[in-house]
Design a protein around this ligand. Structure first.
Ligand code: GDP
Ligand code: MG
Length: 221
């Protein structure tokens, strides 16, 4: 993906502002003028599983989110009953950014979870390096569709269990319920926490690296 070429030219290199508590996501963090490679990662999973929360916690810019207040029009269409605390919903996608180094920038896209927006997913997958599937253990089956689409597109992914403060089933039980291949990483996370969300992304990058290196190892045999 070469999405950085359309940005205004020659913005002076600027480090993201960092306060005592680290980078402030609400402060402007201009894209470095040296940024050349835009790497894209998508975050998918069922409705209310924490996708918008994860993009928001880990992005260095205030995430662009097309969040709208839910209305009666969604009743009986979206599964709002399963997520009573949820008052807004993503109507297109969430967008966040993380600067990796002077040249490389990671773009995060959170896909809308409701079934009526699923047609957007296949386009969102185009040009992506890999994906994070978020799972709420109270509604594991809501993430089946995401895994099905990713396998269809042969897109590498990791699965992150967002616990919502509940103990829920163990990771091996979640793996069995999702019928996950043993090589697919499965990790715990709290999407509200920056460090935890960051760890999920690091797990995905490790997985991508391992997949990249595996054919070379097999050739060497
Ligand atoms: N307790 C708890 N609440 C969370 C967690 N992650 C998200 N939430 C809340 O769950 C609701 C749904 O999250 P949201 O990110 O909008 O879900 P999305 O539909 O996947 O984008 C919001 O009210 C969040 O504040 C979590 O790890 N623990
Ligand atoms: Mg959302």
């Amino acid at each position: 993906m070469d999405s950085t070429t359309s940005d205004p030219p020659a913005a002076p290199p600027a480090a993201p502002p960092a306060g005592p508590a680290g980078p402030d996501a609400s402060a402007p963090a201009p894209l470095r003028g040296t940024a050349a490679d835009g790497l894209k990662i998508v975050i998918v999973g069922g409705f209310g599983v924490g996708k918008t929360t994860m993009v928001g916690s880990v992005s260095e810019i205030r995430p662009l989110s097309t969040e709208e207040v839910m209305t009666r029009a969604g009743e009986g269409v979206d599964e709002a009953d399963a997520v009573p605390a949820k008052t807004t919903t993503t109507v297109a996608f969430d967008f966040g950014r993380i600067t990796l180094n002077d040249r490389q920038v990671l773009y995060l896209f959170g896909a809308p979870g409701q079934q009526r927006f699923w047609f957007l997913w296949d386009q969102l997958f185009g040009g992506s390096l890999g994906a994070v599937v978020l799972v709420d253990t109270r509604r594991i089956e809501d993430s089946w569709y995401a895994i099905d689409r990713l396998e269809h597109h042969r897109m590498p992914f990791v699965v992150a269990v967002n616990r919502f403060g509940e103990r829920g089933p163990s990771l091996p039980k979640v793996r069995a319920a999702l019928d996950l291949d043993e090589h697919v990483p499965l990790v715990e996370c709290d999407a509200r926490l920056r460090e935890s969300s960051k760890n999920v992304l690091i797990e995905l990058v490790r997985h991508l690296t391992a997949l990249h290196e595996r054919p070379a190892r097999e050739d060497a045999r």
